[in-house]
Design a protein around this ligand. Sequence first.
Ligand SMILES: Cc1ncc(COP(=O)(O)O)c(C=O)c1O
Length: 399
Amino acid sequence: MRFGKVSKWQELERKYFMNTVERVPVTIVRGKGARVWDEDGREYLDFVGGWAVDSLGHCPPVVAEAVTGQVNTLIQTSNQFYTVPQIRLAELLVSNSCLDKVFFCNSGAEANEGAVKLARRYGQHHLNGAYEVISTMGSFHGRTLGMVAATGQPGFQQPYVPLPTGFINVNYNDIEAIKAVTTEQTCAVMLEPIQGEGGVNLPADNYLKMVREWCDQKGILLILDEIQTGIGRTGTLFAYEQYGIEPDVMTLAKGLGGGVPIGAILAKERASVFVPGEHGSTFGGNPLMCAAAYATLRFIIDNDIPEKVKKVGQYLIDGLEGLKQKYQFITDVRGRGLLVAVEFSSDIAKSVLTDCLDKGLLVNRLKPNALRFIPPLIISNDDVDEAVGILDKALSNIA
Ligand SMILES: Cc1ncc(COP(=O)(O)O)c(C=O)c1O
């Protein structure tokens, strides 16, 4: 076991940081493709990918080039002015999705906050002031107070009560539950097409279609949070494409910037009801991050990365299914594309993670009894073989 001692950097972190995250004892200093290196020069295969952010891997040349070029041209103006990178990115997003208009911000939580504000404005314009948003248990929509209220997980909510009002959390995959709480006050339903942080929970057959139909029937908006599922992660550019529906509003972040922070709200024309002054952001649409996102998205589209994700994702699922045959304590393997989870019959995720780390593989602990695999979208079948091989060894130590 090579992780015993706390390094100088890790000691300094303890001294200076608020205690918000239980860190894995690795100080990453460099990355390339699907690999990272720690302060002692040890190499790891990265199946965490910056929490589903590093879509093209670490330091992808197209992003590095775009950022370097932009950093020497124009980094930041205010949004009073037109800037070319954000307009090019908006055009690329709109022409490759079912949405018509874009607003750029800096993170996923901020994109969702903006989407809820948009839905409330829509409610004021079209639904007699309706303001309530229905979201689901087990969801994850971000860490702002509003998004904590939208996130249907008591563990995230209880430390911050009282929470902002106007959010109702109902069971996921239960259309009747949504119907039961829809009232004159409802302006939107907000869902992740596949719940990511909440467990990689897939929608039941027709669930999303039924939600879409209900929103249409009631004239309320469907907001899809594609912050984790979007930008090719599940095998199509956006997950909604696989479920035969279109959202009225969609939020993006994570993989969009290829590692550079950016968020976006996209909306259908009729839902795009903001007027000047009603919403804004100092850094949102900053030329530097938009240049990075444009390069990332262009690469993903031009190289049909979603199709590759479909294949390599299935290869990963097949490999994990093989382990499930071998180890009785694996109770479930689930996911789409490169958003995949493995669940165990007991709380062994931390010890498996530590053993994987020791053997050179980074994985994410989703729950005490589950691991998540969210690697860069550019991994190969060989990378999958290596990861599954390491996991196999780690699991054989448990069995
Ligand atoms: C589906 C979803 N929405 C929103 C967020 C919040 O994004 P951020 O951490 O960029 O605020 C996350 C982050 O994990 C997410 O997975």
